[in-house]
Design a binder for this molecule. Structure first.
Ligand code: FMN
Ligand code: SF4
Length: 492
């Protein structure tokens, strides 16, 4: 185990602030939470629509749809929980694949004519729960995240990668069983995927979603376009070509679904892939994360938002160019994330306890939080006209409300996005807005079971803290898998 500060053991906000100061971690944090006139309850405007407060719920898949891509009972329950959170911006619900071959797992939701009614009911369940628990759906904006999983497609069996790639990656190819002879999507295949996004957006619009997110994060296809420096043809090479996918998707969405808002979730920066330190790992016991060796890979041309001369550092130059493009295209909704849960999770989802196939934190996870917050601040301050959602807040645990309030007050972001925290404690945003003291026992402590479970073919969910999962047969299965893994008798 690591020696990093356990946020849950800190006594009070003053001690937390002292820790940040002593370790030179720049995270704004208010001592007092304002009740009544809370900044987090302020509205904001999106092209004539008023969004009712400053909490957003990030998209989170549950691996619990049917094999046909329809929502299952656990999916509906999760979306209801998103509704009962009280957050007024629901950023996409979860990643929904626009085609079967682009599903990240055989239970990921799919959007096409066959699943239209199921997705409509899913949205309605969320909205109805929001109405019942908060008293009104005024100011509620609900989007759907559209994706193709690209390199991380596993549409037919959870243990069987069926990657669809845009270029060969010197490190990541082997992690999904690709060889130099494996095929790359042709420009014609890319165009057919773009058309699938258009069809999906039309359906989303017709069933009542107010916006779609054209997912550009976490190593999936949209994100891979942005790093396709080495690809030839229309969709690779210079910035113009690497963003052609976005432009063509947006153009078609606007003609198929005029009136539908568009948002983009972006991994605004990245680092080279990490792995558990081979010198400090043993079977079932991954060591701390270390970067893959890159001596032979300079300049590093396989990332977006990476310093190509030193790929353990990020670089926001192209993220700024990307924001300029969004602004010029009239897209105002942006959700800033980073990296990928597959190859550098510590920058994407700061965590103290890694998932089964992860690595121990290579840095205090609070540094990961600060890195994401700082990138978001830089973007928001350079593009004040954009509505910017920040990511990475769950790790702040007891101090999430204090940091959220300070971040909005100081203009670091417009919305505080919550991921894992709403799996363990869906009502947290509501409780903060009502001035209630958060229930400590329900705060996510980043145990990572919500990631470990699906990586082992089980539905995602908060196994340690959510009563529905805690004592279930799924929890028993997960426990068995973890015990076997600790004994080193199964691979990650
Ligand atoms: C179980 C799980 C599923 C996720 N699924 C998605 C997804 O479908 N789309 C997406 O953009 N991010 C997804 N994420 C990432 C989260 O949206 C979020 O960026 C991340 O958890 C960091 O935020 P947090 O610190 O508040 O948890 C997922 C995260 C988790 C834990
Ligand atoms: S399983 Fe629960 S406590 Fe663990 S990281 Fe996920 S939401 Fe948090």
């Amino acid at each position: 185990m690591t020696n990093y500060l356990h946020v849950g053991s800190v006594h009070g906000v003053a001690e937390f602030k002292r820790h940040l100061q002593d370790h030179k971690i720049r995270i704004p944090c208010d001592e007092e939470i304002v009740v009544g006139d809370s900044l987090l309850a302020e509205t904001s405007r999106l092209n004539g629509f008023t969004i009712g407060n400053r909490f957003a719920i990030h998209p989170m898949e549950g691996w619990d749809g049917t094999s046909a891509g329809m929502p299952g009972d656990l999916t509906v329950r999760r979306w209801r929980n998103f509704g009962r959170s009280g957050a007024k911006l629901i950023w996409g619900g979860e990643a929904v694949a626009v085609r079967h071959d682009g599903r990240a797992n055989p239970n990921q939701l799919l959007i096409d004519e066959t699943t239209r009614d199921g997705l409509a009911r899913l949205r309605e369940a969320l909205v109805e729960e929001h109405r019942q628990t908060t008293g009104s759906i005024d100011g509620l904006l609900v989007g759907l995240q559209l994706t193709h999983s690209g390199r991380y497609s596993r549409p037919n069996a959870s243990g069987r990668p069926e990657p669809r790639i845009l270029y060969h990656h010197p490190i990541l190819d082997k992690r999904v069983g690709l060889t130099p002879a494996s095929s790359v999507l042709s420009d014609a295949e890319v165009r057919s995927i773009i058309q699938a996004f258009h069809r999906a957006a039309r359906i989303a619009y017709e069933i009542g979603f107010q916006f779609v997110d054209i997912k550009h994060c976490h190593g999936y296809l949209g994100h891979e376009f942005l790093s396709a420096h080495t690809r030839s043809g229309n969709y690779g090479g210079g910035f113009e070509n690497r963003t052609r996918f976005l432009r063509e998707v947006v153009e078609g969405v606007r003609s198929e679904a005029p009136g539908l808002e568009i948002g983009v979730r972006l991994s605004a920066f990245d680092l080279i892939p990490f792995q558990p330190d081979p010198l400090k790992s043993s079977p079932g016991k991954p060591g701390p994360g270390v970067p893959e060796s890159f001596d032979d890979l300079l300049p590093y041309r396989w990332g977006f938002g990476v310093n190509e001369n030193n790929p353990v550092e990020h670089d926001l130059t192209e993220a700024f160019q990307f924001m300029t493009l969004l602004r010029d295209m009239g897209i105002k909704l942006v959700n800033i994330s980073a990296g990928s849960p597959y190859y550098n999770p510590h920058i994407q989802m700061p965590t103290l306890f890694p998932p089964s196939d992860g690595y121990l934190p290579p840095e205090d996870p609070l540094i990961g939080v600060a890195r994401q917050m700082e990138a978001t601040r830089a973007i928001k301050q350079a593009f004040p006209e954009l509505l910017v959602v920040g990511t990475g807040y769950t790790y702040l645990q007891d101090f999430l409300p204090n940091v959220a309030q300070a971040a909005v007050r100081e203009g670091w972001c417009d919305f505080v996005g919550l991921g894992r925290m709403v799996l363990s404690y869906p009502e947290l945003p509501m409780h903060v807005l009502e001035g209630k003291t958060p229930e400590r026992k329900r705060l996510c402590r980043t145990f990572s079971d919500c990631t470990t479970a699906p990586r082992n073919g089980l539905p995602s969910g908060c196994y340690p803290l959510d009563a529905q999962y805690k004592k279930s047969a799924m929890a028993a299965q997960l426990n068995e898998i973890k015990i076997k893994r600790q004994k080193g008798s199964v691979g990650a």
